[in-house]
Design a protein around this ligand. Structure first.
Ligand code: HEM
Length: 192
């Protein structure tokens, strides 16, 4: 997993809970990596999972809640790293339809070590997408959080729910034009 994703996690913890809490989490986690995580580096995904599991335990939330809050917090950093690509999209729906073909494809081109999740996104009817997530990691909470972040970025409300899961893969249904679904807000994690 690229260092940029570890940095998103670290930034989330530091901004919401402080440097000391991050240090505690790192110390309490069994990691393969001894050195600091740097953006261009590549590290075992198991280290990220270990950090998130420890963080969730320390903060008294579920791993899914921690991943979701982290994804929402991290979307602006990811989007800001590819300003020219983001400029191609006027709205959340077209962004999500281009997530695989434009964004993650470019991420793979720029860095041979990067293997972001694969998405197949289909428009079922106007205003409704099915997003098929394929990954060896099954980071479903992170997908929800990044989707929350997409809503924030484009200032639009849409619902997203996981409608099927098969091992580490899953399908999410996204509906525009309704109130945001009832997932735990970031504040609930920060207050824990
Ligand atoms: C402009 C926005 C985005 C950029 C620049 C971006 C870039 C990246 C990068 C660099 C990675 C790490 C790859 C690796 O470690 O090998 C990654 C992973 C990932 N991305 Fe994206 N991403 C973006 C948006 C999204 C969105 C909107 C979603 C979901 C709705 C998403 C879902 C994921 C997931 C779940 C992973 C973790 C790897 C996995 O589960 O297999 N990304 N992305």
């Amino acid at each position: 997993m690229k260092g940029v994703i570890f940095n998103v996690f670290e930034d989330f913890v530091v901004k919401n809970f402080g440097e000391d809490v991050l240090e505690d989490i790192v110390e309490a986690s069994t990691l393969d990596t001894a050195e600091p995580f740097v953006g261009p580096g590549t590290y075992p995904a198991t280290d990220l999972v270990a950090l998130v599991v420890t963080a969730a335990d320390k903060l008294g939330v579920t791993v899914d809640q921690a991943l979701r809050a982290c994804g929402r917090h991290g979307f602006p950093a990811l989007a800001s790293s590819v300003p020219t690509l983001m400029a191609q999209f006027d709205d959340a729906e077209s962004f999500l339809l281009g997530l695989e073909s434009v964004i993650h494809t470019e991420v793979r081109k720029l860095d041979a070590d990067a293997s972001p999740a694969r998405f197949r996104v289909e428009q079922v009817v106007p205003g409704e997408l099915l997003m098929h997530y394929e990954s060896p990691f099954g980071l479903f909470g992170l997908v929800h959080g990044l989707l929350d972040g997409v809503g924030d970025w484009f200032s639009v409300d849409f619902t997203h729910e996981m409608v099927a899961a098969d091992g580490t893969n899953a399908t999410f249904r996204i509906r525009f034009g309704e109130a945001v679904d009832g997932g735990e807000p970031v504040g609930a994690v920060a207050d824990a």
